[in-house]
Design a binder for this molecule. Structure first.
Ligand code: HEC
Length: 103
């Protein structure tokens, strides 16, 4: 039901690109802690992990079960992300912690 509503809104807003429907959608768009964290894993971790064989590729489907290992590598052993130029910002660390806390 929700999906049908979203699709309908999507069609309406694409027909009227400047209509208020579209504005409402973008204003109300919120991301869950998980989506925010996935965005970091995708840009800061997968960028390297997917280049090498046998490395875990983080996805929305596997990240929750990998959380203990991510926490260990990033916050306890501090081995990840590898490479000085790949360091996480304070904000990114906080966002990862926020997600891990929800699990
Ligand atoms: C520049 C490359 C690079 C980046 C960026 C990187 N990793 Fe890794 N990661 C590696 C390598 C290489 C290994 C294999 C173990 C080793 O050599 O220390 C590894 C291993 C791991 C492991 C152990 C499981 C496995 O795949 O072997 C975890 C968990 C992990 N990384 C998490 C992360 C997270 C979370 C980030 C982002 C915050 C990240 N890594 C960013 C290169 C990287």
């Amino acid at each position: 039901m929700k999906l049908i509503l979203l699709i309908t809104l999507g069609i309406i807003s694409s027909l009227f690109p400047f209509s208020s429907v579209k504005t409402t959608i973008s204003v109300n768009q919120t991301y869950t802690e998980k989506e925010v964290a996935f965005n970091i894993l995708k840009t800061k971790c997968n960028s390297c992990h997917t280049k090498k064989k046998n490395r875990i590729k983080f996805t929305l489907g596997n990240m929750n079960s990998l959380a203990p290992e991510i926490e260990s590598q990033v916050f306890i052993k501090k081995k990840m992300p590898k490479g000085r130029k790949n360091q996480l910002t304070q904000l990114e660390e906080d966002k990862l912690r926020n997600w891990i806390r929800t699990l």
